[in-house]
Design a protein around this ligand. Structure first.
Ligand code: ZN
Ligand code: ZN
Ligand code: ZN
Length: 408
């Protein structure tokens, strides 16, 4: 994916995964490790102190998952982790959610839970906790994904506290992946690679994009993901729309097909990879720019190392495509960070002078799109290593030409 993206589990083995995060029969006990020792909470408190924040307020979403391993569903009833700059973090949760919270890695971390009953005011409870833990309570930082209703109720409950976003406080922690996190992303990369390896079996002449997409979604789950986050099967002219999903268009001999797919693993970490296929002989003008794209993507990946800027990676891809005359057909940024969210920092885009550092993970996904004709994109997730780059997607970058007469 490359645009603003709202994760929505369209297909799911288990939309609510606290149990799967710890379930031994799934072989994913290791997923608990990064959460289980409270190191992330301690680091967040340290970051809050440095930023002059009295407390972080974290409702269900990626920050809560990152800090505690608790994959709570966002409900109208308030669940909120209160992380004071100093002192013990506390989870405020509706009484009926307490068993789920305790069963999650948050329980193993030992975060105490303050439950509230149906007629209590949970916002007043959060305000009282903040006041007790941080008597000044001059500045509170709210998780970026908090619903507006909760933001405003917290403002009313704590009228003297300045509200700001937690993103800038937590970004360093979230952006620099630990060795554990990189290993989860590697596994996610291998899983989605195994799905791309099956795509030639699904792409048959006369099938619709939706039929192919259904097979891919099934394969994404079979490969070990717990949710299918998106499936793009963009054939022929649909390939010129970067965020086309699927349609009832039948795939014809001679069509190039852009396949961009991703899901979330048991660990909570996401996959995202794009390959372009051709059913039989693709048009010559397509083949001409596919080679340009392949070179541009490779050079961009090779340019990744600690100390270069995020935007420089975009420049490498863009310059190669522009020199070949397709600059105005590369209509999106080169990439986005990835972790517990499919799209997170750092963004690989002009204007982002952030210096790349070891542990950052992001996509490199230039594309070329000819309206009403066809398009192509190649996307790998890469991790910045100590002195270079590691690609987490390793299926071929060559155009995968499928023999339309082949039958399995
Ligand atoms: Zn996208
Ligand atoms: Zn993608
Ligand atoms: Zn992407």
């Amino acid at each position: 994916m490359l645009g603003p993206f709202q994760p929505f589990p369209r297909l799911s083995n288990d939309a609510r995964t606290p149990e799967t995060l710890r379930s031994p029969e799934r072989g994913t006990v290791a997923a608990v490790d990064p959460f289980a020792d409270g190191r992330r909470l301690a680091a967040a408190q340290e970051a809050a102190r440095r930023a002059g924040i009295d407390a972080l307020l974290v409702t269900p979403g990626p920050d809560l998952l990152y800090l505690t391993g608790y994959q709570a569903i966002a409900l109208e009833r308030l669940t909120c982790l209160v992380v004071p700059a100093n002192g013990e973090p506390v989870l405020v949760a509706p009484e009926l959610e307490v068993p789920a919270a305790q069963a999650s890695p948050l329980g193993a971390v030992g975060v105490p839970i303050r439950s509230w009953a149906e007629t209590d005011d949970p916002y007043a409870l959060v305000a009282a906790l903040v006041a007790a833990l941080a008597p000044r309570a001059a500045a509170v930082a709210l998780t970026d994904s908090m619903a507006a209703g909760a933001v405003l109720r917290l403002r009313d409950a704590m009228p003297k506290a300045r509200q700001q976003l937690a993103g800038p406080v937590l970004r360093e922690l979230r952006m620099i992946k630990s060795p554990d996190e990189i290993e989860y992303l590697r596994r996610a990369g291998r899983a989605i690679d195994s799905v791309h390896e099956q795509v030639p079996d699904f792409l048959r002449p006369g099938r619709t994009e939706r039929e192919v997409g259904d097979d891919i979604a099934e394969a994404i789950l079979a490969a070990g993901h717990t949710t299918v986050d998106f499936v793009i099967v963009a054939s022929g002219p649909n390939g010129a729309s970067p965020h086309h999903e699927v349609s009832d268009r039948r795939i014809n001999v001679g069509d190039p097909v852009v396949v961009d797919i991703g899901g979330t693993m048991d660990s909570g970490y996401c996959s995202d990879s794009t390959r372009t296929y051709a059913l039989g002989h693709a048009p010559d003008d397509f083949l001409a720019y596919y080679t340009v794209l392949q070179e541009a993507q490779r050079h961009a990946v090779e340019s990744v190392r600690p100390g270069v800027t995020a935007e420089s990676v975009d420049t490498v891809a863009r310059d190669a495509i522009t020199e070949a005359g397709y600059g105005d057909r590369f209509i999106h940024r080169t990439g986005h960070g990835i972790g517990l969210e499919t799209h997170e920092e750092p963004y690989i885009v002009q204007g982002n002078a952030e210096l790349l550092r070891a542990g950052m993970a992001f996509s490199v996904e230039p594309g070329i799109y000819l309206p009403n004709q066809h398009g192509a994109r190649i996307e790998d997730i890469v991790v910045v290593s100590a002195n270079g780059v590691e690609s987490l997607n390793n299926t071929t970058h060559e155009l995968v030409v499928i023999d339309p007469t082949y039958s399995s």
